[in-house]
Design a protein around this ligand. Structure first.
Ligand code: SF4
Length: 694
């Protein structure tokens, strides 16, 4: 007799929320998921988990899931349920018609950082092989694309340098523009443990997050900088390290180009880069910057962890390079306890970048203009590849508004809710003739779609996710896809409808193709993952067991490259009309735009988005805690409730973007990173005023 709730069997798989990539045992009774139990042998989590991974899986069976394909000729028409065959034939015909009418480059696609490596690989392959262009981009465009650019330029590879275990050897931990206590809780616990053991903590963040001070830890230094001044602060830290002579000359001479270092050192030593010179600009006392610089340079093993508070700026790529400069100058690269580590947001954002989701790169971060690399794929796929980079997401939307881009395939991403300047995104989508949304739910983007293809959850598919430490973890199917097909099968059927000859029987075959064509994955196969549990790329002949720590004997690019990082103020300025700076973040119980966590039957998931405002600014506006307020920017306005707190400084307000009714991105601007177009979500000049509610 089976008691209610008693599992019959279990399957080890990987959490589909954040970039920590915790392993779980999915305990099943038949096709029913009874519970998720953190897996003690999971190398990323060692038996730990947070509330999201453990309890927030109810969305998989939520009534809002769309299980049948739907089409409509016009977005004002009602949806019509159709067979898979009709939906895919309609899509293929529409994309072909658009290309015939407007040119080969008039269509493109967006891969998902929620989907597996194999699914992402197939979407970029469909676009390159089936659409015949490079108009592929990913949601990393709006989060960690500056990491790809900045670390690629300085170190030679677009990924974090350390494994999570490394933090156990750190003496100084620097957290910049990230709140791992909310966004990466399991790794935050490991950081906090190390801090309780005696490691010193420096937090660089406009807001006093839980990392600055909580029950068991307190930062040595909190640099509560004004949003938008990251580069000035990083350069001031470098100024102290150079002018006080506390850099690591032996490391720099051996591992970097000394003359490039000298050029950079002369630049950062200039008086306008001193802490005293930028104190008024960034709002951080000069002595705090000096103290933090000395601690990082002299405190032993120094490790930097950063998040979207670094990348989502008009100087996001510059800040990433400034961080890399600091690590090289102090010799904090290439061993346990040190390094530069982006805390990746979504479960597979690292993987989606690795798999060639950018319009200028084939899998493994190899530029599309490289003849030798293109030839590998051309001979395997039997097509001639375009050697010019395609369109990024913002370029696709601009081109749509201009009338030259007409068809889009979006897998597992809600660009209308998550991309900046919502009105512009809506205008771009509305101007297209065939928008295909492949997702679990009718999301906001689907309001502009002509075809809806039902997606599958992580519980319904086999594959792999790659976490923030480059660890490739297996995702295992624990139940049948409720919509009939895993996402990789849907993409394959779409390719077949377009006349492309694919015949993968299992995602393992897709991984075999990835390994065959991508040097950093050459040693990866499902059999090997079964044997090893998981493995960190690069995994190949040189590193058969994978690479927990990168750049040990030398940088991937050869010599580490120091790059001048000049501070340039954002064009987003405060003034009498918009006197406050809005910045954004997340709470522990919600995940991104909340599509999954809001559909889980637990009251904690329904916390609303609030606007944090300093008591001084609240008093000036006659606000009390919980009052409705209207936030207005140059881009738009929205309404939500105020939370009066001194976690934010005077002049700074903060909110989250988990609920579609508050739509924080209605107010964010369309300024973006100079190198990658990553939107400047973290700095918006706003006015806040009392309101009667939405
Ligand atoms: Fe999932 Fe991240 Fe929580 Fe781990 S820390 S359980 S990966 S959401």
């Amino acid at each position: 007799v089976i008691e209610i709730g008693q599992p019959e069997h279990s399957v080890v798989t990987t959490c589909a929320y954040c970039g920590v990539g915790c392993s779980f045992k999915a305990e099943m009774r038949g096709e029913e998921l009874v519970r998720m139990v953190p897996y003690k042998d999971g190398k990323a989590n060692r038996g730990h988990s947070c509330v999201k991974g453990r309890f927030a899986y109810g969305y998989a069976t939520h009534k809002d899931r769309i299980l049948k394909p739907m089409i409509r000729e016009k977005i004002t028409d009602p949806w019509r349920e159709v067979s898979w065959e009709e939906a895919l034939t309609y899509t293929a015909n529409e994309f072909r018609r658009i290309q015939y009418q407007y040119g080969r480059a008039a269509v493109g696609g967006i891969t998902s950082s929620r989907c597996t490596n194999e699914e992402t690989y197939l979407v970029q392959k469909l676009i390159r092989q089936g659409f015949g262009n490079n108009n592929v981009d990913t949601c990393a465009r709006v989060c960690h694309s500056p990491t790809g650019y900045g670390l690629g330029q300085t170190f030679g590879t677009s990924a974090g340098t350390q494994d999570f275990d490394s933090v156990e050897h750190s003496d100084v931990i620097v957290v910049i523009g990230a709140n791992p206590a909310s966004a990466h809780p399991v790794f935050a616990s490991r950081m906090k443990k190390r801090i309780r053991q005696g490691a010193k903590l420096i937090v660089i963040d406009p807001r006093r997050t839980e990392m600055v001070k909580s029950a068991h830890i307190e930062a040595e230094y909190h640099l509560a900088l004004k949003p938008g001044t990251n580069v000035a602060v990083m350069t001031a830290l470098a100024h102290v390290i150079v002018t006080e002579g506390i850099y690591d000359e032996a490391f720099i001479r051996e591992r970097c180009d000394w003359s490039e270092f000298e050029d950079w050192a002369a630049f950062v030593a200039e008086p306008q880069n001193s802490p005293e010179a930028i104190e008024a600009l960034c709002g951080v006392p000069a002595e705090t910057i000096r103290g933090a610089a000395r601690l990082y340079a002299r405190g032993g093993n120094g490790a930097i962890y950063y998040g979207l508070g670094v990348t989502e700026h008009s100087q996001g790529s510059t800040t990433v390079m400034a961080i890399a400069n600091l690590a090289m100058a102090t010799g904090n690269i290439g061993r346990e306890g040190v390094g530069v580590n982006p805390l990746r947001g979504q479960n597979n954002v690292q993987g989606s970048c690795d798999m060639g989701s950018f319009p200028h790169e084939l899998p493994g971060y190899r530029h599309i203009s490289g003849d030798a690399v293109r030839e590998i794929y051309e001979s395997l796929w039997g097509v001639k590849l375009d050697n010019e980079p395609g369109l990024r997401i913002p370029n696709m939307l601009d081109a749509a508004v201009e009338g030259t881009f007409k068809g889009l395939y979006v897998q597992g991403e809600d660009i209308l809710q998550s991309d900046p300047d919502t009105k512009h995104v809506a205008a771009g989508l509305a101007a297209m003739e065939c928008v295909v949304v492949h997702d679990l739910f009718l999301n906001e983007t689907a309001n502009y779609a002509h075809v809806f293809l039902p997606g599958s959850t992580f519980l319904e598919k086999d594959g792999t996710f790659t976490n923030a430490e480059r660890r490739i973890n297996r995702v295992r199917r624990v139940m049948s896809p409720k919509n009939g097909y895993a996402d990789w099968e849907v993409t394959q059927m779409m390719a077949q409808a377009m006349g492309v000859d694919w015949n993968y029987q299992h995602p393992a075959e897709i991984m075999d193709e990835i390994a065959k064509t991508t040097p950093s994955f050459a040693g990866v196969s499902y059999d090997y993952l079964e044997k090893m549990g998981s493995v960190q790329w690069p995994c190949n002949e040189k590193a058969p067991e994978g690479t927990p720590i990168m750049h040990i004997d030398g940088f991937v690019r050869g010599k580490g490259k120091f790059i001048r990082t000049e501070y340039v103020a954002t064009d987003e300025k405060t003034g009498p009309r918009f006197p406050l700076l809005l910045t954004t973040g997340r709470i522990l119980s919600q995940y991104n735009v909340g599509a999954q966590t809001r559909r889980t039957d637990n009251v904690v998931w329904h916390e609303e988005d609030r606007l944090e405002i300093h008591p001084h600014d609240a008093e000036n506006r006659g606000l009390r805690d919980g009052d409705w307020v209207r936030i207005q920017s140059r881009a738009g306005e929205t309404t939500l409730r105020a939370l009066i707190t001194d976690r934010v400084s005077p002049g700074v307000v903060y909110t989250t973007f988990h609920h579609p009714n508050t739509q924080a991105n209605v107010v964010t601007t369309d300024f973006s990173d100079w190198a990658t177009n990553c939107p400047e979500y973290k700095v918006t000049a706003v006015q806040v005023a009392p309101s009667n509610g939405p």
